[in-house]
Ligand binder design. Structure first.
Ligand code: 5GP
Ligand code: MG
Ligand code: MG
Length: 193
């Protein structure tokens, strides 16, 4: 009673049909990406901007993997949403709240996304950051559903290619549920019908 178990087993949640990217796989890939970003941005004093809410878990792990720490690295968040409430299709207009406290002008921006689907959110965000005078805008996404792209846009860095399924976990939600799952899995369709 009360004793700590030596190992923690992460059980698959009942609403998840399949785990696509396990906690271990995500961790290893994030460490790789962090090292690559550390090298590429070593001299750029990057401003890393995470998109809320979905990218918060990835952002937290990614920034700690950016080692060695580039001089002048700063970070901030902004809010972007293309799914309103409990929809799983991104047909609604993209709404953006760009509220960065750190001035964008002249900065090398690294935009951190959880997932790119149609690409409309990212295209709009990049355009806004450039219009605010960013010196450059690079993008990193954990997941890329490239089969669903509707605009001509590729991320500069991506964790994994994602099949055309509705996925949750590791920050990704359905109606604000499931974000805390430590892995990325496919949500059973009966859970969003
Ligand atoms: P886009 O503008 O690229 O179509 O929309 C990207 C946004 O749609 C993501 O930031 C995310 O909020 C949402 N999205 C797209 N596909 C999925 C998915 O499979 N699962 C979840 N939870 N959100 C998704
Ligand atoms: Mg997002
Ligand atoms: Mg969402």
């Amino acid at each position: 009673t009360g004793a700590r178990r030596a190992t923690v087993v992460s059980n698959q949640h009942k609403d998840i049909s399949v785990i696509l990217f396990s906690e271990k796989v995500v961790k290893e890939r994030t460490l790789e990406m962090g090292r690559e970003l550390a090298a590429d941005f070593a001299e750029k004093q990057p401003l890393i901007i995470g998109t809320l809410n979905g990218a918060f878990v990835f952002m937290a792990d990614l920034v700690r993997a950016i080692d060695p720490l580039p001089d002048g690295l700063q970070m901030d968040f902004l809010r972007a949403s293309s799914y309103i409430g409990a929809s799983t299709t991104g047909e609604e207009a993209v709404s953006l709240g760009l509220v960065s406290k750190v001035p964008i002008s002249g900065r090398h921006i690294l935009l951190v996304e959880d997932i790119i689907d149609t690409g409309k959110t990212l295209q709009e965000l990049c355009a806004r950051l450039k219009s605010q005078g960013a010196a450059s805008v690079s993008t990193v996404t954990l997941l890329d559903k490239s089969a669903r792209r509707q605009v001509d846009l590729q991320p500069d860095y991506k964790g994994f290619e994602c099949p055309d399924e509705f996925v949750v976990g590791y920050g990704l939600d359905y109606n604000e549920h499931y974000r805390s799952l430590p892995y990325i899995g496919v949500l059973r369709p009966e859970c969003y019908s």
